[in-house]
Ligand binder design. Structure first.
Ligand code: SF4
Length: 109
């Protein structure tokens, strides 16, 4: 069992997560890294809080309390226009502060 948290870009904050959840089921995009026979559970799903991403400071803590072992920054951060200018900072911050790996991407773009 792999427990993950997903953080999306505030520009898509009304997103219902359909592409992400389907991609988990199908193990495509960034979820191809998880074997199909290993269950993946989403223990947290939230957004960055809006530029410049204040929620990044806090929301990983809740996800980790609920068992998250990996945090995914959703594909929308990368493929939106313009791409999120803080992706690298978010990854470095979360990995350093919370000690969990951060994967950039969720569903295929
Ligand atoms: S561009 Fe980055 S900081 Fe701005 S809303 Fe999107 S994810 Fe958040």
């Amino acid at each position: 069992m792999k427990k993950i948290g997903i953080i999306i870009c505030a520009r898509y904050q009304s997103c219902g997560g359909g592409k992400c959840f389907r991609s988990i089921r199908e193990r495509v995009g960034a979820f191809a890294r998880y074997p199909k026979d290993e269950p993946v559970e989403v223990v947290g799903y939230s957004y960055c809080g809006g530029c410049p991403g204040g929620n990044i400071e806090y929301v990983p803590e809740e996800m980790i309390k609920n068992g998250a072992e990996v945090i995914h920054l959703a594909t929308g951060l990368v493929v939106g226009y313009p791409p999120c200018p803080y992706i690298r900072q978010f990854k470095e911050f979360i990995e350093k502060r919370y000690g969990v790996p951060v994967v950039i991407g969720t569903h295929p773009s």
